[in-house]
Write a protein that binds this ligand. Structure first.
Ligand code: FES
Length: 108
C-alpha cells in the first residue's frame, strides 16, 4: 500500500436526537463523505489521497468537520458543494481553502 500524500478524515459521528452537542450527521456528513469518495475515484487519486470516515473531531456545532493531514488543517461547515474546491485548491494545489478553515475560537 502506497503512503498517501494527503489523508482526509471526514467526521461521520451521529448522536441521538436532542443531544446538546449535535453531530456532523445532522449537518450532512454522509453527503460530504460520499462527495470526497466520488471525487477521489473520478480524479483517479486512489493511493495519492486517502479518505477515511472518523468519529467526533471536537467542534460538533461547526460540522461537517474535515481534517487534512499531514498539515493538520481542519475545515468546518463543509458541505458536499465544497468538496471539489478542497480537492482543486488544497489536496492538489497545496493551498488550504481559507474560507472553510475552522475558526480558532472553537478551541477556546
Ligand atoms: S460530531 Fe463531528 S466534530 Fe463532533
Amino acid at each position: 500500500m502506497a503512503k498517501p500524500q494527503k489523508h482526509v478524515f471526514v467526521c461521520t459521528q451521529s448522536r441521538p436526537p436532542g443531544m446538546p452537542r449535535g453531530s456532523c450527521y445532522e449537518h450532512g456528513c454522509v453527503a460530504v463523505m460520499e462527495a470526497f469518495l466520488r471525487e477521489l475515484h473520478q480524479r483517479n487519486l486512489v493511493g495519492t489521497v486517502a479518505v477515511t470516515n472518523t468519529g467526533c473531531l471536537g467542534p460538533c456545532s461547526f460540522g461537517t468537520s474535515v481534517l487534512v493531514y499531514p498539515e493538520g488543517i481542519m475545515y468546518g461547515k463543509v458541505t458536499q458543494d465544497d468538496v471539489a474546491e478542497i480537492y482543486d485548491q488544497h489536496l492538489l494545489g497545496g493551498i488550504p481553502v481559507q474560507r472553510l478553515l475552522m475558526p480558532e475560537f472553537v478551541w477556546g
